[in-house]
Design a protein around this ligand. Structure first.
Ligand code: HEC
Ligand code: HEC
Length: 228
């Protein structure tokens, strides 16, 4: 399997030295998708759509074999559709589907290794809780795209065991935000129990819930770093 992949990589790169390497392409995909995720969480539809458009256009190499071309085409089709999403929930669902398409190819051709990461400790106050939410959403993304059950489950657990208390939001907490905080918790629990086939959808619902509260409370998260 490994040597097969290497052969494919070598074949797809050798004739065209200018073609970016698969590693470079994968890094670009990874960071574009991360950018898209951060834009959605912040409620920035235009930025999310721009990242989706980039993912929809990307070419890897003209010499790609069929087993690469087919899953890549699928990813590009979903991304292109998402680049004209009329609203944030639609864009968030698109990102979930993109994540599932990453996983589909990784399952067939090999993919990333997930490194260990521990959640930031629970603490009261909006900021630490949000840092933990950010970590959870990142782990779940790795869980969805690698795919990796342990990463997915660790992410969902961090959402469930650090529920966002509306009072941690201080004066911004009101009747409108409380249901959103509860929804995050409920989605965390559903996500924990969900079989892989349902994860992309729940992930999309989760991200649009993050976005709703940030938009409604006027809290704009600082740009999340796109480092791995
Ligand atoms: C057409 C197939 C395909 C698609 C689609 C795909 N990948 Fe990959 N990806 C691979 C393969 C094959 C590897 C392993 C390459 C290797 O052996 O180093 C890989 C490796 C990776 C790595 C590890 C790179 C490294 O430096 O070790 C990351 C991260 C990654 N993919 C993320 C993604 C994300 C995110 C998406 C979706 C936006 C995606 N991939 C879509 C085939 C694909
Ligand atoms: C109930 C409302 C609410 C929900 C739901 C919510 N957030 Fe937040 N978020 C906030 C508020 C308010 C702030 C601003 C906190 C501050 O800076 O004091 C914030 C800020 C952030 C920040 C920036 C933190 C920093 O250090 O500046 C990140 C990252 C974040 N949220 C991620 C998420 C993610 C990911 C989700 C979904 C899993 C989510 N949030 C769901 C209300 C919410």
């Amino acid at each position: 399997m490994r040597s097969l992949i290497l052969t494919v990589l070598v074949l797809s790169q050798a004739p065209e030295p200018q073609t970016p390497t698969v590693e470079k392409r994968m890094g670009d995909h990874f960071s574009k998708a991360t950018e898209m995720k951060a834009a959605i969480v912040s409620g920035k539809l235009a930025e999310a759509k721009a990242a989706a458009a980039w993912l929809g256009k990307t070419e890897w190499s003209p010499q790609m074999s069929e087993d690469w071309r087919v899953p890549l085409q699928k990813l590009r089709a979903i991304a292109t559709r998402t680049s004209i999403a009329p609203d944030l929930p639609t864009a968030a669902m698109g990102l979930g589907e993109i994540g599932a398409a990453c996983a589909e190819c990784h399952r067939a051709l090999g993919g990333p290794q997930v490194s260990d990461s521990r959640p930031p400790g629970p603490a009261s106050g909006a900021q630490p809780r949000m840092t933990r939410h950010g970590w959870a959403v990142e782990r779940m993304w790795l869980g969805l795209t690698t795919p990796s059950d342990p990463a997915w489950l660790a992410g969902t657990e961090a959402l469930a065991d650090a529920p966002l208390e509306p009072k941690a939001l201080g004066q911004k907490a009101d009747a409108e935000l409380k249901p959103l905080a509860n929804r995050i918790r409920a989605l965390g629990e559903r996500a924990h129990a969900a079989p892989p086939i349902e994860r992309a959808t729940i992930y999309g619902q989760l991200l649009s819930t993050c976005a709703s509260c940030h938009t409604q409370s006027g809290a704009a998260p600082r740009a999340q770093s796109s480092q791995r």
